[in-house]
Design a protein around this ligand. Structure first.
Ligand code: 13P
Ligand code: SF4
Length: 314
């Protein structure tokens, strides 16, 4: 059976062999499990991954991340084979914004520029004017003429944060990330009291009370840069826990405490979509050259425009 794995296989070795055979590059997000991050050719945030996908000369892109990220790689490389270990690896933000409703939202607000967070489907990208990530959103918004009204979709928490940062009054889509909405302010305060001097760092997908309390807010790559450069020795990390693997690698002498979710016994600070990818599925997708990302050529053409606009503006 093509999905049965011999348990004696050294998966790391096999993946490395397949990478040579396929002339493949493995791109991974910081929220992937540690083994996947360690075997990847590049680990990064959404913007870094999109840039790498645009630059690669490999024949095959193996995307260890979620569906919208692999779709972006396919849009940038329509002639390449783009593999995703598990096609079910979605995102609550992308799910919250179906293309037909988004189209209606645009039609109800003519004359607005639609800036859309990269965490959305290719169909929604195709209906947008400019894509952004949490790394470049502020810079992009600041380049929009002051008299031009803006629709920002689909993350309302990132949207509210950006309104505060840029002073621009944007109309927001009502979407959110199931992981970043679980952090408990009360438990974070408790941790701060017990760990004096620890700095709270947060991803802008978190809710307002957490962001208000944070010493630093940024995309995953900006959080990593911050912990390397800042003098503090302890950090409370309000984003998906997978990133702590890179933080420990970058600053082994420092301490990283995952921000706790409200629910006592859940592992809600893990993204269930990101964690669908495993080393086994990574190996299998390379061995079977499947599952692959397939997109309609018209959608590729339309969605490439706002992605390229983002890359030019950031
Ligand atoms: P970054 O672009 O900051 O890595 O964010 C991606 C993401 O999905 C956060 O939940
Ligand atoms: Fe989507 Fe949230 Fe998972 Fe990021 S952490 S991929 S925003 S569900």
């Amino acid at each position: 059976m093509e999905n049965m794995i011999d348990v004696t296989l050294d998966l790391e070795e096999e993946i490395k062999k397949l990478k040579k055979e396929l002339n493949a590059v493995i791109l991974a997000h910081y929220y992937q499990e540690s083994e996947i991050q360690d075997i990847a050719d590049f680990v990064g945030d959404s913007l870094g991954l999109a840039r790498k996908a645009k630059q690669t000369e490999a024949d095959v892109i193996v995307f260890a991340g979620v569906h919208f990220m692999a779709e972006t790689a396919k849009i940038l490389n329509p002639d390449k084979l783009v593999l995703l270990p598990d096609l079910e690896a979605g995102c609550s933000l992308a799910e919250s914004c179906p293309a037909p409703q988004f189209k209606k939202f645009r039609e109800e607000h003519p004359g607005h520029v639609a800036i859309t967070y990269i965490n959305c489907t290719a169909d929604v990208k195709a209906l947008s004017d400019i894509i952004c990530t949490s790394s470049n959103a502020e810079k992009i918004i600041n380049q929009i003429p002051a008299d031009k009204p803006i629709l920002f979709s689909p993350d309302k928490n990132l949207g509210k944060y950006l309104i505060k940062k840029t002073g621009r009054d944007m109309l927001l889509w009502n979407g959110s990330c199931i992981v970043h909405e679980t952090f408990s302010e009360r438990k974070i305060i408790d941790l701060q009291v017990k760990n004096p001097g620890a700095k709270l760092i947060a991803h802008p997908e978190c809710e307002e009370p957490i962001l208000r309390r944070a010493d630093f807010v940024g995309s995953t790559s900006k959080l990593l840069k911050f912990i390397k450069e800042d003098k503090a020795e302890k950090f409370i990390v309000a984003t998906e826990v997978g990133i702590i693997h890179q933080m420990k690698k970058s600053a082994p002498e420092k301490t990283f405490i995952p921000a706790p979710p409200e629910e006592e016994s859940c592992s809600c600070n893990e993204c269930p979509y990101m964690k669908l990818n495993t080393m086994e599925k990574l190996y299998l997708c390379m061995k079977n050259r499947s599952p692959e990302i397939e997109l309609d050529s018209e959608i590729i053409k339309q969605s490439l425009l706002p992605i390229n606009k983002m890359l030019e503006m950031s």
